[in-house]
Design a protein around this ligand. Sequence first.
Ligand SMILES: Cc1cc2nc3c(=O)[nH]c(=O)nc-3n(C[C@H](O)[C@H](O)[C@H](O)COP(=O)(O)O)c2cc1C
Length: 146
Amino acid sequence: MVEPARGASERSALLVSEALIAELAAADLVVIDTPMHNFTVPSALKAWIDHVVRPSCTFRITPAGKVGLLRDRPVLVVVTCGGRFAGPGAQDDFLAPYFRYVLGTIGISSVELLRLEGLGRGAAQAEQALDDARRWIETKVPTGRI
Ligand SMILES: Cc1cc2nc3c(=O)[nH]c(=O)nc-3n(C[C@H](O)[C@H](O)[C@H](O)COP(=O)(O)O)c2cc1C
């Protein structure tokens, strides 16, 4: 395949992508904490996704669909949300299904998410959420790994 001619900005974007893919490929465990923005991933996390989900690098396209090229590994995601997902004013969650789907595309299916809700409702709620997140991470990750 003939490589297209690339300008300096494209080459530097590819270097970032290659570094992020190498970091992900080398990881035995991935821990991500992220806010929910407008019901899904914030733009910074979307940019990371767009750098690591690359045809012929982390997935390939076949007649039967996309096939992931990375080995599976645990990914723990803590999602902080100002709002709630049940009761009056409940919102929908497009983050969790999207994130599972897009990582599944590159071969990573062991994704676990903890969603912390109602963080826009004062300090007590935020403290409780922090405790919940610490306990959850402690149950998932052997001591000393993060
Ligand atoms: C641009 C923007 C969009 C947001 N959209 C949502 C949303 O769709 N649902 C939600 O529950 N919270 C939303 N929030 C609130 C954040 O999720 C909440 O502030 C964050 O998780 C708390 O973490 P932080 O203190 O790091 O901001 C939004 C916040 C911002 C700044």
